[in-house]
Design a protein around this ligand. Sequence first.
Ligand code: NDP
Length: 442
Amino acid sequence: MNKIIDNLKQKYPSETQFHQAVTDVLHSISSLLNEDRIYAENGILERLTEPDRIIQFRVTWMNEDGEIETNRGWRVQYNNAMGPYKGGLRFHPNVSLDTFKFLGFEQTFKNALTGLQMGGAKGGSDFSPKGRSDNDILRFCQAFMMELYKHIGPDTDIPAGDIGVGEREIGYLFGTYKKMTDRFDGALTGKNPAFGGSCMRKEATGYGCVFFLEQALKHANEDLKGQVCAISGAGNVALYTAKMLLQKGAKVISFSDSKGMIHIPDGISEERLEELIKIKEVERGNLSDLCEDFTDCDYFEDKKPWDLEYDIAIPCATQNEIDEKDANSIKKNNVKWVCEAANMPLTDKATNILRDAECTILPAKAVNAGGVAVSGLERTQNAQYLNWDSEKVCSQLKDIMSDIHALCAKNGKNNNSIDYINGSNIAGFKRVAKAMIAYGTL
Ligand code: NDP
């Protein structure tokens, strides 16, 4: 195992996020590898630590001022042992191939946990949508898809949204895909429900996160009602996690973005949350706009929520957002639950600090799988030319999250407690490895 990690570090020295994601999985499955030689005999680790395919391309487009801009685009088709490649697109200036390799690797196991036929992939661009006009977003999405359409399709690779890519961007991307291929099919998910999208897709990641958290608390004889939750981020995942938390009687006292944090000491009300959703989704405004003319919340520039007082930490922003210092704040506050709604939100040092403090970490692979699960259901609806109602989608989402919880609990059982990190990694790995072994050496 160490040889594999050393080898990766030597081959790809700058891909630190990818190393972190691989190390996390390999540590969890070490006893499995010792017990059963089948994985070594089939070279599973060597194969799983190389993506099936990396597509990298140039995206050149003309902005609305008539200037020519060039960005980089990627699609990492990581592993299709469990089904067609599936995973989101991220538009953010900080991304690199490392980001998409780590996300594609994580996605492979996450998708396996859902029990749906989906392999793992991830992609996107270093284009920054922030502060851009609608016109520029449209022009960029068209240029991006004019290259990507060659590599995707309902039975090969089905992208969706992620950071910087929501329903608007998926609309522009799907419109271009349709134009280039002359096909209306399920090659993209996250579409508007009025034209082929699944209802509840927008809510799915956040709602699924709360369904998983509820199961984990129940297993520990605790109740979500009355728990005080600190949320980071103020995007799709953060907003809909908060919405479901309020429905379950929990209290949400914070949101954040790359500029700062808002603190709502008495907890945000449903009405105020709807205002925030409108600010972020419709007006595309700033988080601080919520506090203008109101005394129920305070805005703090350059601050994260982790040193506030709360029971459950729910990071919903980005990878490695919780570092050593934040983990020490969480530990000092005696917080017993960290629910990872964002992908890999803890640095490995932060993870170690919180594990030592006996804080239960609910890992992203399991917690945020509801988004891709409903994307999987969107693909099914598209294949049948059907639209299911919210009740049907939500009930399937609940069942999937409950099955994922049971799977993690079974595979992560550790005396009287559950190691959810190990549980999710072992369960996901076993499913993917079993399929790879069955296919032979390809
Ligand atoms: P959005 O783009 O909707 O929102 C992201 C939020 O995180 C924004 O508030 C953004 O602030 C903040 N953020 C991003 N980067 C940073 C940073 N470096 N420091 C501080 N804040 C930051 O994305 P999503 O809500 O869709 O995604 C959030 C996380 O959830 C990601 O890790 C994503 O991979 C994961 N996820 C998303 C799924 C989905 O269905 N959308 C599915 C599964 C996982 P600002 O606006 O200032 O940049």
